[in-house]
Write a protein that binds this ligand. Structure first.
Ligand code: UVW
Length: 272
């Protein structure tokens, strides 16, 4: 699309689906990562200027893998090696990953595809807890929706688990006992074989967690981040876009250029 055509489309009105989740204290997150904290050290009235004006200033602390976020390639190693074959311990020795950190993730303006797996499985609210989404499920979803995945796409795999993110009981969304639905190594390999640029999901860990396993083994991370060079986006809000029946869109994501970081919070958009 030319810039002019794009501007015409904007003028005609585009629908923007926000795929990010609110960052707030107590929101769902992996126990692997430092929690989100938000404080208001400077409150209105603490300092009042001569003209009567006053500013409130807050601060946050959080792990970079909290809330909706993208994993940089530096995030996971296997047998001591990162994606580029470098020694993972040595690469992070200075406390930052110069080669594969979050600052190296280019902003994404790409074709996005939503694979609404539960809709294809006939359980539209969601996949069963601990369900492993297989390559056959992914292929069946792609063909049912008639949205062919193309090289360079960003593919978002809906499991329906995101509906549980508002449950006040963390045990529900963490799925420690029940497990969490998602792809395993075969599903991740299927996505990588389609040459996708990034893959995302509406769960905290992206991949299937077996009942009782917690976040102890992450095979899809190995396939995508270490072996195949596919970014992973986690904790997406895919309910709105799925409810709207949108399966193909302009996907926009700009990571924070956090130098040497293992990941970055993001607020991705699906534009149609
Ligand atoms: C998990 O919580 C496992 O996600 P990440 O890949 O960001 O560590």
């Amino acid at each position: 699309m030319t810039t002019k055509a794009l501007l015409t489309a904007v003028a005609d009105g585009l629908t923007v689906h926000d795929l990010g989740r609110e960052l707030k204290v107590g929101m769902p997150q992996s126990p692997n990562h430092p929690a989100f904290w938000h404080a208001l050290p400077r409150r209105h009235g603490d300092v009042v200027r001569a003209d009567g004006g006053s500013a409130a200033n807050d601060m946050i602390t959080m792990g970079t893998h909290v809330g909706t976020h993208i994993d940089a390639f530096a995030h996971v190693s296997h047998d001591g090696r990162l994606l580029d074959g470098s020694d993972a311990v040595a690469a992070g020795r200075g406390g930052k990953f110069v080669e594969l950190g979050a600052h190296t993730i280019a902003p994404m303006v790409r074709r996005g595809v939503l694979l609404d797996v539960p809709a294809a499985l006939g359980t539209p609210d969601g996949c069963p807890p601990g369900y492993e989404i297989t390559p056959d499920d992914l292929a069946a979803t792609e063909s049912r929706q008639d949205t062919e995945i193309r090289p360079g796409d960003v593919v978002l795999v809906r499991s329906g688990w995101g509906r549980l993110f508002d449950d006040p009981d963390p045990a529900v969304y963490q799925g420690k006992d029940s497990g969490v639905p998602g792809v395993g190594a075969p599903g991740a390999t299927w996505l990588a074989d389609r040459d996708v640029h990034a893959a995302g999901a509406d769960t905290i860990a992206f991949e299937r967690l077996a009942p009782g396993s917690g976040h102890s083994v992450l095979p899809a991370h190995r396939v995508l981040l270490v072996e195949r060079g596919v970014y992973i986006i986690e904790a997406l809000n895919l309910e709105g876009v799925a409810a709207a029946g949108v399966h193909e869109f302009l996907f926009v994501l700009s990571p924070l250029p956090l130098f040497g970081a293992t990941g970055s919070p993001v607020r991705p958009l699906a534009v149609v």
